[in-house]
Design a protein around this ligand. Structure first.
Ligand SMILES: Nc1ncnc2c1ncn2[C@@H]1O[C@H](COP(=O)(O)OP(=O)(O)OP(=O)(O)O)[C@@H](O)[C@H]1O
Ligand SMILES: [Mg+2]
Length: 251
């Protein structure tokens, strides 16, 4: 089982879109679990799940009130979702004094049996993100090709370093993913080159192009493959999944 945290403290860089669509491609061949670790519940909504479908949420699973198996919902025969509700907004406070608070997710996932687990983090580097980093094997960092991207990566790296030292020595960066990419913009090309200079092969060869279908799909509760299977977005996430699976295999 390979557990991948999709994380970047910056908001709106494509974490949720990547978790959802990468997961849907991987699930064509493998068993996948998606975890919504964000009180915004964007991943849960994007998967077409409504509040009335829920038997519980990530919050209760982290708190120990319910087991993972009780709460997960199948999206199809190959892929399950651990859904989030707004309750999660109080998690940082509610769990702040709990013993083992950084390992709640790791503990909740004991015994889970999937090929891939993808965790959609909230923006920020608080306790929920630390839980995701502590439970994971690797981190996928989506970045928008803009001026602040490089500095932003240093920040998440610092948090990762602390997690490696204190909680999860095996944690590594699986890859950095360019999102909202528009090759006609020189700023996008310059930032992409800067990233590749600094991070080399850790930057995925696949960049996710700016594609309006990717922005439209979630409002229908659909993945890009159900919404527009021929779109750039569908092509790019298919290519990413191939690269992702190869990279994990080589570890
Ligand atoms: N490649 C893309 N092209 C166009 N729109 C995109 C693309 N990727 C994501 N979007 C849209 O941009 C918005 C932000 O993406 P997303 O929600 O995946 O980011 P996020 O990092 O999860 O945000 P947050 O930090 O708030 O959780 C969403 O409306 C999404 O549908
Ligand atoms: Mg999100």
């Amino acid at each position: 089982m390979y557990i991948c945290t999709v994380s970047n403290q910056k908001g709106g860089v494509g974490k949720t879109t990547t978790t959802h669509n990468l997961g849907m491609v991987l699930a064509r061949k493998k068993r996948v679990l998606l975890i919504d670790l964000d009180a915004q519940g964007n991943l849960t909504d994007a998967c077409g799940i409504s509040q009335s479908d829920l038997h519980g949420s990530t919050y209760e699973v982290l708190g120990g009130g319910k087991s993972l198996a009780e709460v997960i919902l199948p999206l199809n025969s190959q892929i399950d979702l651990l859904p989030a509700t707004r309750d999660l907004a109080v998690a940082e406070l509610a769990f702040a004094s709990k013993l083992g608070r950084e390992n709640l997710l790791k503990k909740a996932m004991r015994g889970a049996d999937y090929d891939f687990v993808l965790i959609d983090c909230p923006p920020g580097l608080g306790l929920l993100t630390v839980n995701a980093l502590s439970a994971a094997n690797g981190v996928l960092i989506p970045v928008q090709a803009e001026y602040y991207a490089l500095a932003g990566l240093d920040l998440i790296q610092e948090t990762m370093r602390e997690v490696v030292e204190n909680l999860n020595p095996g944690l590594h960066v699986l890859g950095i993913l360019l999102t909202f990419f528009d090759g006609r913009k020189s700023l996008n090309r310059d930032v992409a080159n800067g990233l590749r200079e600094r991070w080399g092969n850790l930057v995925f060869k696949t960049a996710i192009r700016d594609n309006v279908a990717l922005a439209e799909a979630p409002s229908n509760g659909q993945s890009i493959f159900d919404y527009r299977s021929q779109s750039y977005g569908a092509q790019d996430y298919t290519a990413l999944a191939k690269e992702f699976a190869l990279r994990v295999k080589k570890l």
